[in-house]
Design a protein around this ligand. Sequence first.
Ligand SMILES: Cc1cc2nc3c(=O)[nH]c(=O)nc-3n(C[C@H](O)[C@H](O)[C@H](O)COP(=O)(O)O)c2cc1C
Length: 218
Amino acid sequence: MTIKEAVKLRRSIRRYKPDPLPDDLRVKLASLASQCSTDDISIRLICDDKACFDTFLAHYGKFENAYNYFVLMGRKGADIDEKAGYLGQKLVLETVMSGLSTCWVGGTYSKGKCKVQPDKDERIICVITVGYPDCEGTKHRTKPMDKICSVKEADMPVWFRNGVIGALLAPTAMNQQNFHIDLDGDEAVITAGAGVFTKVDLGIVKYNFEVTSGHKCR
Ligand SMILES: Cc1cc2nc3c(=O)[nH]c(=O)nc-3n(C[C@H](O)[C@H](O)[C@H](O)COP(=O)(O)O)c2cc1C
């Protein structure tokens, strides 16, 4: 599977097969997590934890057998939400290419029961569940292009249009798609609206835009 295929195939999965992940896969996922970590953002894989998603909120959010997850932590002060979104989405797409499913989770889990606790100068930004899917998931509703982009579709360069389509396939918190894409000369500029998790969403959307357009964006 290519990364562009992964962008199209990915959808949030909240119900997983209960079987433990095989050892070789754990090694691979842990290695992907460390490859996607930086000085500011640390990503850790936790396996076989039945507590983090054993809360009212998680059950309300319909999570089942979510025993494996990545924890994304950042150093307070740096522009960590957008960075975590960007690096986390890289990890999500690599994970999908390995045949597994994921779901970004910012709210419906227990931070207190999470097996990784941040140092004083860090905070947990999100977790991402990972595992073999036990359901198919659904394709999310997307906003029309003209609601998130001021360039008319007919005037879009091909690479830019591909990027906009990729951005609309990105996961965003509560599927809010609260971002805007513009063209400044030959550079795409993506900005976040106000609201919960929109900076994390921004990083995710930028990553999707870049892999589907083949162009860096600002
Ligand atoms: C930053 C972020 C936080 C999210 N938090 C939650 C959450 O707390 N609980 C949940 O069930 N889904 C959560 N999601 C998943 C979104 O609801 C989902 O990505 C969106 O509805 C689009 O659906 P899709 O991922 O299947 O394309 C979150 C997604 C993102 C990007």
